[in-house]
Structures are given as structure tokens and as C-alpha cells.
Design a protein around this ligand. Structure first.
Ligand SMILES: [Cu+2]
Length: 467
């Protein structure tokens, strides 16, 4: 070794020695970490696990991940250590349909990572996929080499290997994680998760209930279980946390709770998320908390691809309040988009005969699609009906990105159990009017022409894409 090199190394050692506790600590623990990878907890159920109260470290109010869970960690010399395992998983999209996806620690999405501003995180990532991967920590401010872009900021994590990410949480907010390696395939297969950084001051932006979910979508042909990864827009399963209504958890809320609902969009299109019964304020984006003076009231908030949004409201009005994507195709489950509109055509007998030959044949009802909500259509195995879920007043005619905010009096503080349907106080439900209808005079121009038939034209199908 020449003298120059020797001096350089010496200087570097001196620099390390002099550069304070954080760096020295990092060096020491990194070596310790080589031998002892933390346990990687697994989850086998798609049911929401109770929010994980922090057993150590700085205190915070944990989030409730719809149909999900938070990854436990271990403390190691002041570092919070997590272990994610990228692997093929089976995820129940709803009872009656299980998809073969890729995810983390047994589920898709992967577990939510929760930590606190100022925490030092060490995240071990083990690759049990059939191909290489990486993890990008979406929205988090970190050293460039920890950013997880395969080929650009790090080598890909080969099959069977474990990589370590280390960074300190510079700010609180709502973030996510996903691969930056064969991204189209790996995201289409369900690889993603939420990353929530709580404020150091637990009273900052304090809420009583804090829900999180990811919007994601799959294209799984009726009867199949593996997504078609090349689909760009025409997905048929519009999910929140890889679940569709009626299998998405309700947002169970105690009356007068301060509530935050956060979501990120990892589909290929935008989603205007609309909540009934309240107006709310957007309080957080992926860029951080929105200052009070910049918030504005909304009843729908659009979330573009790759974005995150959080809104807040005080739950003063009890009831079962719908919350859903406002693109009406996104509140439907698997349907063939080649279905011609059959409103006005009575085809009941024909449909039955064709169904005997072609089990997944689907047609629109002649009075609209509401028929589908009631119809007991025979479906191929592992296929969900398009519009499903029953409410206290009959079929809801919804699937996909739909759930219910259930605001109730007298719940316990951390009780997230489904309280059942709302019992409306007498006299507060829309009702039928039973009088005698008055004769309505019609304007001459709107009288239907008798003795003539409307010409019914049907355009050839196929030109339809884009949602
Ligand atoms: Cu949508």
C-alpha cells in the first residue's frame, strides 16, 4: 500500500472516530446485524389485525390497516429492525376467490411499517421470489443509496439473498413501499405496502382512529387465479388492500372520534374517493402535512397514480356511510367489458340456454344491470359475482372499491369490530308515498310517437379502453 492510500484510510478512520455517536453506532450495529437477521413474522389471514400498540420506542397512536397488519420490529442498540420477505402468496380477494400473488410476509399488500420521526430504521429484505427484486421507499427522504432503484442506486437483490436498508426518519407522514425492479410485473402481482411515520410529538395531528389502505387492481380472468401482468388499463378487480367489497373491512368509528383516512394509489389510473355524510379536509399528501391555512373542504378526493392522500373529519353523525371510488366501473367485480348493452331486450330464455354451454357467459339484464345483483348466476370456480353484498334493505349492487364508514355511539376506544348494520331512528329512512298520483299533463313534443319503432343500432365492440 502506498503512503497516500495509507493516509487516506487513516484519515477516514479518524473521521469515523470523531464523527459522533450516530455514525459509530451505525458501524457497530451493522457488524452485529450480519450474524443475526431478525425474525420475519408472517400473516396467513386477510382479516384486519388490531392496531399494534408500540411496545417500545417513542409513543404514538397506531394506524388500522384495512384487511392488514403492522410488521412487528425489534430494537437493536437504538435501531428499529424489521424483516420483509418478498415471496409468492395466496391472498383471498373475497370469500370465494383466492388469487396467486406476490407479496411480503405471507400477504399482499405486505405488512404496514410504522415508526416515528427521528427513528433509525434497519430493514432486512429477503428475496424468495423466482426473480430479483428491490424495495423503493416511496416518498421517504433518505440517502440516495437506500432508495431501492435496481440498477440505479443498488444492485438487484438476487433470488435467495438478503439486503439491508438503513435510514433515519427525517419527517412524519404517509408513505408506501414497492419494488423498483421488473416493476410492471411485480406491482401487477401485488407487491406493495404502506409506510407510516408518526410525528415525534404525539399531540401533533392527533386523531382517535387512523385508517390506511392502498388502492390496487388486478386482471384475473374468470376461473383463473394469477393476474395477467401485461394488462395496462382494463383491470377487472378494483381493490383496496387486495380485497373487494363486500370483503373490505368497514371503517368502524366511535361517535365524535376525530378520524383520519389515508390511502395510496398503486393502480394504473386515478380514483376519486368519495365519502358520504360528511365533508372533510385533506390534511396530508405524500409530500407531508398540509398546513391549516392551505386545507380546503371536500366530499371527494382524487388520488392520482403513485399519490397518497389523507383526509380528516369529526364523526358527529351516526350511520352507515358509503365510501367508494366514484368511477362506477370500479365498484364492480370481474366483468367482461365486451358485454353489449341489452336494456330493452328480453333475453332471459336465451341466456339460460347459453349458460348451459358457456358457463362464464354474462349478459346485461334487459332492465339495466341491477338484475345482476339479484340473479344467482352460475359462475366458474374462483370467480366473484360482479355486484354483490347485501345490506339491511337488500342487495347493495356494489363490488370492488366500496366500503362503509360505520359511525356508532358508545363503542369502546379501540374497538374495531363490525357493529352490524345501523339501526335508523324511527322516521329517518326514505319511505314510499302511497297516495293517488295526480294526472301529469305532458308537453306535446315529448309524447312518444305511436305506430313507429325506434331503430336500434349497436356499434361493434372493441374500441373501449381507458377508465
Ligand atoms: Cu376508481
Amino acid at each position: 500500500m502506498d503512503n497516500t492510500m495509507h493516509n487516506k484510510l487513516n484519515n477516514r478512520r479518524n473521521f469515523l472516530r470523531a464523527s459522533g455517536a450516530a455514525l459509530l453506532g451505525a458501524a457497530a450495529v451493522s457488524r452485529a446485524a450480519q450474524g443475526a437477521v431478525p425474525e420475519a413474522p408472517m400473516q396467513t389471514t386477510p382479516d384486519m389485525q388490531p392496531p399494534l400498540m408500540p411496545p417500545n420506542g417513542r409513543p404514538y397512536q397506531p394506524v388500522a390497516t384495512l384487511n392488514g397488519w403492522t410488521l412487528p420490529w425489534r430494537m437493536n442498540n437504538g435501531w428499529k429492525e424489521f424483516h420483509l420477505v418478498a415471496e409468492p402468496v395466496r391472498r383471498q380477494i373475497a370469500p370465494g376467490m383466492t388469487a396467486h400473488l406476490w407479496g411480503y410476509n405471507g400477504q399482499s399488500p405486505g405488512p404496514t411499517i410504522e415508526c416515528v420521526e427521528g427513528d433509525k430504521l434497519r430493514i432486512f429484505v429477503t428475496n424468495k421470489l423466482p426473480e430479483h427484486t428491490t424495495i423503493h421507499w416511496h416518498g421517504i427522504l433518505l440517502p440516495n443509496g437506500m432508495d431501492g432503484v435496481g440498477g440505479l442506486t443498488q444492485p438487484q437483490i438476487p433470488v435467495g439473498k438478503t439486503f439491508v436498508y438503513e435510514f433515519e426518519m427525517k419527517k412524519s407522514g404517509t408513505f408506501m413501499y414497492h419494488p423498483h425492479a421488473d416493476e410492471m410485473v411485480q406491482m401487477a402481482m401485488g407487491m406493495m405496502g404502506l409506510f407510516i411515520v408518526h410525528p415525534k410529538n404525539p399531540n401533533f395531528m392527533k386523531v382517535d382512529r387512523d385508517f390506511v389502505f392502498l388502492l390496487n387492481s388486478f386482471d384475473i380472468s374468470p376461473g383463473a387465479a394469477t393476474p395477467r401482468v401485461n394488462t395496462m388499463l382494463d383491470f377487472n378487480l378494483w381493490c383496496w388492500n387486495s380485497r373487494v367489497f363486500p370483503a373490505i373491512d368497514p371503517f368502524v368509528v366511535r361517535k365524535n372520534d376525530r378520524v383520519r383516512i389515508r390511502f395510496g394509489n398503486l393502480t394504473m389510473t386515478n380514483h376519486p374517493v368519495h365519502m358520504h355524510g360528511y365533508d372533510f379536509e385533506v390534511t396530508c399528501t405524500d409530500g407531508g402535512w398540509v398546513p391549516k391555512s392551505a386545507r380546503w373542504p371536500e366530499v371527494s378526493v382524487d388520488v392520482a397514480v403513485g399519490q397518497m392522500r389523507a383526509f380528516e373529519f369529526t364523526a358527529s353523525e351516526p350511520g352507515d356511510w358509503a365510501i367508494h371510488c366514484h368511477k362506477s366501473h370500479h365498484t364492480m367485480n370481474a366483468m367482461g367489458h365486451g358485454v353489449p348493452t341489452m336494456i330493452g331486450v328480453d333475453h332471459r330464455g336465451v341466456a339460460e340456454k347459453i349458460l348451459r354451454l358457456v358457463p362464464d357467459y354474462m349478459v346485461m339484464g334487459e332492465r339495466g344491470m341491477a338484475d345482476m345483483g339479484e340473479m344467482e348466476m352460475p359462475l366458474p370456480d374462483n370467480t366473484l359475482p360482479m355486484m354483490t353484498g347485501r345490506g339491511p334493505f337488500g342487495p347493495l349492487e356494489m363490488g370492488g372499491m366500496f366500503s362503509v364508514v360505520k359511525v356508532r355511539d358508545g363503542l369502546a376506544r379501540n374497538d374495531y369490530k363490525d357493529p352490524g348494520w345501523f339501526k335508523h331512528p324511527p322516521g329517518t329512512v326514505a319511505y314510499e308515498w302511497t297516495g293517488t298520483p295526480p294526472k301529469t299533463p305532458r308537453a306535446a313534443a315529448s309524447t312518444p310517437v305511436t305506430g313507429e319503432r325506434e331503430v336500434r343500432a349497436r356499434k361493434p365492440s372493441g374500441g373501449h379502453s381507458g377508465h
